[in-house]
Design a binder for this molecule. Structure first.
Ligand SMILES: Cc1ncc(COP(=O)(O)O)c(C=O)c1O
Length: 396
């Protein structure tokens, strides 16, 4: 079994979540829009899940819209709110470190005649709330700033930005996909109107998520069809997935003391990884030193290519990530690291390790040793050192 340190990419399904889902994949197979008994049974599961998630957010159940995941929630939030307010203004404010689900959605809106301000961040990846205030004009209708970075783990001052947006009367969306399992999600305390979540980042199933839509926030639906989700998202609901999502979020967020204890344990693992890995020559931590996700350790490793490092770690039985999107054949330097003022050359050496529920101290220590070994190997022989046989022309 490899040491899995890529929980920001996805998490394993918790057994309790699978148990909650199974009846909805077997006996309770009805369509929740049907009026017969089978349909009503599925509807009951859907309603209960909506109530559970609404409760965790401090929201009304009707303010929860189920989607196919974080990407769809971000698309619906931005396109939905921007188009709904387009008669009033066509200016959006976001940051330069958002996930591609927000970045690419903004790019599409730009091509449709909206203008977008991409706010800068400091060297730790933090947005300054004063910059948000300064960027809002009479034409601004939506502000979107992520809660926690998927790449470097840095947390944003969401409540402060929320207070500014409320005062300036613009809709505020936050992508809370990475925060979902670990940080408080009370939408009133955060001052958000729209909040995106994804189940597979919180030990739930893939392909299901939610968008919190504050009552009174206008949204143009992005999926046409039936009247599901109060006409905000057409399509027969993924009932089993939604039931699993609610159970996963309940397990992660339901008991605050348990959540705090698990966060403290994860932070211990994160700091152990950070201490061990930054002790290697030419390695530094990226992202904020303290205001960061409890489970996320990210690094810049000099004189190695992040993709080679991740491939080398895989051979050593450690699953990690560069933290940036890789396209086949070439690795673009991460837009997040570039926005943090890191040079393209240094950004190429990015490494992200994200711990999870099953990660132990022994795993962290073995991962540190694996990084030390692979970095030394790469620095002495380049990527070919990972595959000595291939490098000598032998069949791979
Ligand atoms: C911050 C953030 N937003 C959105 C997404 C997209 O979520 P999903 O995979 O559920 O579409 C991710 C997933 O990597 C993410 O980390």
């Amino acid at each position: 079994m490899s040491i899995y340190l890529d929980h920001a990419a996805t998490t394993p399904l918790r057994p309790e979540v699978l148990s909650a889902m199974l009846p909805y994949l077997t006996d309770h197979f009805g369509n929740p829009s049907s009026i017969h008994g089978e349909g009503r049974r599925a509807r009951q599961g859907l309603d209960e899940a909506r109530e559970t998630i609404g409760g965790i957010l401090g929201a009304k159940p009707r303010e929860v819209v189920f989607t196919s995941g974080g990407s769809e929630s971000d698309n619906l939030a931005l396109k939905g709110a921007a188009w709904a307010a387009s008669a009033r203004g066509r200016h959006i404010v976001t940051s330069s470190i958002e996930h591609k689900a927000v970045m690419h959605t903004c790019a599409v809106l730009e091509r449709s005649g909206f203008s977008v301000t991409y706010l800068p961040v400091d060297r730790y990846g933090r947005v300054d709330p004063a910059d948000v205030d300064a960027a809002i004009t009479d034409h601004t209708t939506v502000v979107s700033i992520m809660y926690a970075s998927n790449e470097v783990g840095t947390l944003q001052p969401i409540a402060e930005i929320g207070a500014i947006c409320r005062q300036r009367r613009v809709v505020f969306h936050t992508d809370a996909v990475q925060a979902g399992g670990m940080l408080p999600l009370d939408v009133d305390a955060l001052g958000v109107d729209l909040l995106s979540l994804s189940a597979h980042k919180v030990y739930g199933p893939k392909g299901v998520g939610a968008l919190f839509v504050r009552q009174g926030t206008s949204l143009v639906p992005q999926m046409q069809g039936g009247a599901q989700e109060r006409q905000r998202r057409a399509g027969t609901e993924n009932v089993a997935g939604i039931v699993g999502f609610a159970r996963a979020l309940e397990l992660a967020q339901g008991d605050r003391a348990a959540r705090n204890a698990e966060n403290a344990r994860l932070a211990g693992l994160r700091d152990r990884l950070a201490a061990g890995i930054t002790a290697i020559d030419g390695v530094e931590l990226s992202g904020h030193p303290t205001e960061r996700l409890a489970n996320s350790a990210s690094f810049l490793v000099a004189a190695v290519e992040g993709g080679d490092l991740v491939a080398g770690l895989d051979l050593e039985g450690v699953a990690a990530s560069t933290g940036s999107a890789c396209t086949t054949g070439s690795t673009e330097p991460s837009h997040v690291l570039l926005a943090m003022g890191i040079s393209a050359e240094r950004a190429h050496g990015s490494l992200r390790m994200t711990a999870g529920r099953d990660t132990t101290v022994g795993d962290a220590d073995r991962a540190v040793e694996a990084v030390r070994t692979v970095v030394a190997r790469l620095r002495s022989g380049g990527a070919a050192a990972l595959h000595p046989a291939a490098a000598h022309g032998a069949p791979a």
